[in-house]
Design a protein around this ligand. Structure first.
Ligand SMILES: Nc1nc2c(ncn2[C@@H]2O[C@H](COP(=O)(O)OP(=O)(O)O)[C@@H](O)[C@H]2O)c(=O)[nH]1
Ligand SMILES: [Mg+2]
Length: 325
């Protein structure tokens, strides 16, 4: 039994042990998973928690589907989670298919997507999770759709560009549906005073650019949010969209290297903008923090290989070389 379980984890485990309903058990297990220290000694516990979560989710999905309720949640993967939201038939699932290996149902009728479908999109060497959702519509929206929106890192509001006349209205309708559920979309995710309101960074994606060029209508949308015109069919605008998603998530890439060796550029670590050398060292290996002697930095330092203090703020594509005592 690893000794360094945190008070948060122990509290979550106690909650799990006393939970009476499956819903509560699931919530407690999820809490356990986020609070458990991640290292070799807890691998088995992590796996066990994940197994229990998967089992409970399965039960929940079977139970709830008939009732139209549901506790759908998508496990986060990659450097961030962006959801594809918007009115029925706007082209959300087609975008997921164009940007990832996922194969969602695509149909020319509305409400073809009934469950959330995740997929991994690559921006350069950064994997980012996209989640395709059932429509946001005044007529009918699955209640759990709002929960998934609330918990994501970035909202891509997908609108149908083949109907320029309806664009502004479609955008406003979607925004007010979300606003009614205390979700506000903004250029960046600034906090709002009302504690019930969750503000999320968002972009408008006007798709089906191959069918029309709604330039004027798009200009109007810019008053609401930054807009990206794309086509899932021809691929126009998709590279710009990938880049914008990465930038909007406000994450940086950091690579590591061993002394005397070239940097490991295969897979970057990703961190929120503003993260420090110490944040990076902690992620690379928790125990390195105590043993840290110094870090050499290539990239945003004044000169390559410079020693930097633990509170030095990192920038995208920095390379760090960790020296331990
Ligand atoms: N021409 C064209 N048709 C598209 C594009 N994206 C989606 N569609 C069509 O629009 C319809 C709805 O697409 P779908 O992705 O299922 O929309 P969703 O309901 O928002 O997921 C389908 O008939 C798609 O083939 C696009 O970029 N260009
Ligand atoms: Mg769909």
């Amino acid at each position: 039994m690893p000794a360094n379980l945190t008070p948060d984890f122990l509290k979550a485990r106690e909650w799990f042990q006393t939970a009476e309903t499956n819903e509560e058990k699931l919530a407690a297990l999820e809490r356990m998973l986020t609070t458990i220290p991640k290292h070799k000694g807890t691998d088995h516990m992590c796996a066990d928690i994940k197994r229990r979560i998967a089992k409970l989710r399965e039960i929940q999905t079977h139970k709830k589907r008939g009732k139209g309720g549901g506790v759908e949640r998508i496990d986060r993967e990659g450097a961030g989670q962006a959801i594809l939201g918007g009115p029925p038939n706007s082209g959300k699932s087609s975008l997921l298919a164009a940007l990832t290996n996922a194969r969602p149902e695509i149909a020319d009728y509305p409400y073809s997507t009934v469950v959330p479908v995740p997929g991994m999109m690559a921006f350069e060497d950064v994997p980012i999770q996209l989640v395709d959702l059932p429509p946001l519509s005044a007529k009918y929206t699955e209640p759990w759709v709002y929960n998934l929106v609330r918990s994501c890192d970035l909202v891509l509001l997908v609108l149908d560009g083949s109907e320029p006349a309806g664009l502004a209205r479609a955008a406003e309708d979607a925004l007010s549906l979300l606003e009614a559920r205390y979700v506000r979309l903004a250029n960046d995710g600034l906090e709002v005073e009302d504690p019930r309101v969750k503000t999320l960074p968002a972009r408008i994606v006007v798709t089906k650019a191959d069918l029309a060029s709604p330039d004027e209508a798009i200009d109007e949308l810019f008053s609401l949010l930054p807009v990206l015109p794309v086509s899932a069919k021809t691929g126009v605008g998709l590279d710009a969209l990938r880049r914008e998603v990465f930038l909007a998530l406000r994450i940086i890439r950091v690579y590591t290297k061993l002394p005397g060796k070239p940097p490991d550029l295969a897979q970057p670590y990703t961190f929120p903008e503003g993260s420090t050398v110490l944040d990076a060292v902690r992620t690379v290996h928790r125990e390195f923090v105590e043993k840290l002697k110094y870090v050499r930095l290539w990239g945003s330092g004044k000169f390559d290989g410079q020693k930097v203090p633990a509170n030095h703020v990192l920038y995208d594509r920095d390379i760090i070389e960790i020296h331990l005592a």
